[in-house]
Design a protein around this ligand. Structure first.
Ligand SMILES: C[S@@+](CC[C@H](N)C(=O)[O-])C[C@H]1O[C@@H](n2cnc3c(N)ncnc32)[C@H](O)[C@@H]1O
Length: 456
């Protein structure tokens, strides 16, 4: 049976928050022992495999399965897998309601953009699948739209789906007409920001995300309550930042338990989207003691030393985003210098830290990680940091470079190669050519290594 996702293709991509490495690192910080290395991963609602295929390329020792109701995107993903010759990933055109038991079990079950866009019976089938197929120490990732910001989305959706509109263009015309006649200043500014949000995004996304028949926002606490009968509990969010925001500490918000605290956070911060991790209800989760578990992880740092001032403080630049950071703890500075030399590779924190680390350093590493200035890792990524004699770029990035400007790195990030000559150059890096025959400057090759495009 053809679905709307067969008729109008959903432009998907790699989502860093879903990476098993991220899920494992967050779980480890909470005192759990998540599987690493040769794990099994399921991507539910995988579309054309834009998320799961790069993971399979970057983690050859793990096995990946993707399922999606829509056959056309799955066929596109299968064609990509065949062209890359990958043997550790399978995509199936499959309704989750018919999920066959032999495909499991899984250490990581990922559902990005799924839970808010399926009917309640399918959401329950997702939780039931997790209950049946998640391994004992496994982690589930589920993203979904949340209230209170969801109330604005509900209103926009109602206007876009005005009877007789039917298409994105018509819906947006109706939204603009409502804005034009809006009389209330607060409502005017809400409509302005909603129009801006929709104008900035691909219309195929709006077609499914806003106009689709299945659409649900959740209060966080309700989502967790819905998962509970399936033996699942809230572990954490996939991003560290909200966990470490001092203005909204648990003490500050005076909430009796983690769920009420998280729900209060959403109300204070006008949350509209969550990337929630769940695990089995019988696992003992240790909250708020990240520094204790941090040394079990690896650390990678893209920060580049810029200058040192007379008082010993050093300035580092983040060349993946604007801005600089000034740091002065000698233990931390020593770690960052060691990591700068090997980025994008990571090193075990146990090897980087002194035997009895200063707790301030651990807190500062966590704060840098929460700001995405450094990266906590649990898996070994096969990503190179120094130019090889015969360089090899990610086969997926090379394939993508033959088709367009957006490439996925081995770090599960996206980079944009607008220049056709840069894309042609990348395609030459298949391990058959010696560096000196490539005719590119050292700076260009180094930048490809720093982006995480080159295989170790
Ligand atoms: C909003 S898209 C998200 C796609 C992708 N995960 C992403 O975030 O870019 C939702 C996906 O869920 C799939 N889906 C919906 N109902 C499903 C079901 N019952 N079983 C399997 N997949 C389903 C759709 O076909 C679609 O590809």
């Amino acid at each position: 049976m053809s679905s709307t996702y067969d008729q109008v293709l959903y432009p998907s991509k790699a989502f860093q928050d879903t990476h098993p490495d991220r899920l494992a690192s967050i779980a480890t910080l909470h005192g759990l022992r998540p599987p690493t290395g040769s794990c099994r991963v399921l991507d539910v609602g995988c579309g054309d495999g834009s998320n799961v295929i790069p993971l399979a390329v970057a983690l050859p020792g793990a096995h990946f399965v993707g399922i999606d109701l829509a056959a056309r995107p799955v066929e596109m993903g299968q064609a990509t897998i065949a062209r890359l010759g990958l043997t550790n990933v399978d995509l199936h055109a499959l309704d989750i309601l018919d999920f066959p038991a032999h495909l499991g079990p899984f250490d990581y079950i990922v559902a990005h953009g799924f839970c808010s866009w399926v009917p309640p019976i399918v959401l329950d089938a997702f939780f039931a699948l997790c209950q049946r197929h998640l391994t004992a120490n496994g982690v589930v990732y589920a993203s979904y739209n949340t209230y209170p910001e969801g109330h604005l989305r509900d209103a926009t959706r109602r206007i876009l789906r005005h009877p007789g509109e039917g298409t994105v263009a018509k819906g947006k015309e109706h939204l603009a007409a409502v804005r034009q006649r809006a009389t209330h200043a607060l409502w005017q500014s809400i409509l302005d920001s909603e129009i801006q949000r929709l104008d900035a995004r691909d219309e195929n996304v709006t077609y499914h995300d806003e106009l689709g028949d299945a659409y649900h926002c959740f209060y966080f606490a309700d989502f967790i309550e819905r998962a509970a009968p399936f033996g699942l509990q809230f572990l954490a969010e996939s991003r560290l930042r909200p966990l470490l925001c001092p203005a909204h500490s648990r003490e500050e918000l005076a909430q009796p338990d983690e769920i009420s605290f998280q729900q209060a956070l959403d109300l204070h911060t006008f949350q509209g989207f969550r990337r929630t991790l769940l695990c089995r209800a019988d696992l003992p989760i240790e909250r708020g003691n990240f520094a204790r578990h941090l040394p079990k992880l690896n650390l990678a740092s893209p920060l580049r030393f810029v200058s040192r001032s007379a008082n010993g403080a050093e300035i580092f630049r983040n060349d993946r985003a604007p801005g600089q950071v000034e740091l002065n703890h000698p233990e931390l500075l020593a770690i960052l210098h060691r990591l700068e030399a090997v980025w994008p590779q990571a090193q075990p924190l146990a090897n980087l830290l002194p035997t009895t680390p200063d707790p301030t350093v651990l807190d500062q590493i966590l704060a840098l990680a929460a700001a995405s200035l450094v990266f906590l890792r649990s898996f070994d990524l096969p990503v190179a940091h120094t130019p090889a004699h015969r360089p090899i770029a990610s086969p997926l990035a090379r394939l993508q470079a033959s088709a367009g400007p957006r490439l996925t790195t081995l770090l599960h990030t996206q980079v944009q190669f607008d220049e056709p000559s840069a894309r042609e150059f990348l395609q030459l890096l298949d391990g058959t050519r010696a560096t000196d025959s490539l005719g590119a400057g050292e700076a260009i090759l180094t930048s490809l290594y720093r982006m995480g495009l080159m295989i170790a």
